[in-house]
Design a binder for this molecule. Structure first.
Ligand code: PMP
Length: 305
């Protein structure tokens, strides 16, 4: 992935993709303390536009604050860096990866001279779990790995190190023949996917776990708002895995995963075993919004000029 053409925004300047390098003693590489975002830009009639840019930048700064990192750029500069990353790479649509990390200024847990560096990379990236799965839905397995406890890692931060748990869960799910993992929290209630928030539908009501120990997803917030405006009751509550088995529909949300239907959990079909009608309605609304086809939601889009 490092050997390709393009530009990466690195500490305030655009550098050729292949030259965007760090030293092997980069602190974050050793201890995992860093923060990042996953952001998408979509093709719209006005050009490529970043979806909910400010919300992602705000979360990046909140993540940094939680982990005691000082980002040496303003939010406006970080927004501009993301716009430039899409524009200067001539991308029509993109996945963007802003990341703040500690450099190689010091080593060891006690290092007190570390500088926070910031990169923004952007590249074309299609449907995270495949175009087909957006229609058909995915197979999910309950993970043997527990999701983070709130006082072990900071679950409100989108922190690099938090993704060890995600990767272990995802590898296990895939090696077991599923597409994604469903992680339970330390008390056994549904938390989230390896990189997605979880929703289920039962008797016309939409349920999602509270954000106690899962990431406060921007797609989650978007879908809740859209669903409520459509008239669906949305309830954030503790959910058990057997409630999911007998749900009418279930789906994941995330910047990468967008709105991905879940057709099976632990070998049990959810509802009809395909994308359900509520999921389809929300998915369609979501794609209309991100592509600028919903005139009421253009304020969520930042055109990359
Ligand atoms: N949970 C986790 C663990 C994630 O990595 C993500 C992706 N950022 C999400 C949920 C969904 O968040 P968002 O909708 O803001 O992308």
């Amino acid at each position: 992935f490092a050997d390709r053409d393009g530009l990466i925004w690195f500490d305030g300047t655009m550098v050729p993709w292949r030259d965007a390098r760090v030293h092997v003693l980069t602190h974050t590489l050793h201890y995992g303390l860093g923060v990042f975002e996953g952001v998408r830009a979509y093709q719209t009639s006005e050009g490529p536009a970043i979806f909910r840019l400010q919300a992602h930048t705000d979360r990046l700064f909140n993540s940094a604050k939680i982990l005691n990192m000082k980002i040496p750029f303003s939010k406006d500069e970080v927004n501009a860096a993301q716009i430039a990353s899409v524009r200067d790479n001539h991308l029509n649509s993109a996945y963007l990866r802003p990341m703040a990390f500690f450099g190689a200024e010091g080593m060891g847990l006690r290092a007190d001279n570390l500088k926070t560096h910031l990169i923004v990379a952007a590249w074309e990236w299609g449907a995270y779990m495949g175009e087909e799965n957006l229609k058909r839905g995915i197979k999910v397995r309950t993970s043997s790995y527990t999701r983070h406890h709130v006082n072990i890692t900071m679950t409100k931060a989108k922190a690099n190190g938090n993704y060890i748990n995600s990767m272990l869960a995802l590898q296990e799910a895939i090696s077991g023949g599923a597409d994604e993992a469903l992680l339970l929290d330390s008390e056994g209630y549904v938390s989230e996917g390896s990189g997605e928030n979880f929703f289920m539908v039962k008797n016309g009501t939409i349920y999602t776990p509270e954000v106690t120990n899962c990431l406060d997803g921007i797609t989650r917030a978007t879908v809740i708002q859209v669903a409520e405006e459509m008239g669906y009751p949305v309830v954030a509550k503790r959910i058990t895995r057997d409630e999911v088995y007998v749900a009418d529909e279930a789906f994941f949300t995330g910047t990468a995963a967008e709105v991905t239907p879940i057709r099976e959990l632990d070998g049990r079909e959810i509802g009809e075993g395909s994308r359900g009608p509520v999921t389809e309605r929300l998915q369609t609304a979501y794609f209309d919004i991100v592509h600028g086809r919903d005139a009421d939601r253009l304020d969520w889009l930042t055109v990359c000029k």
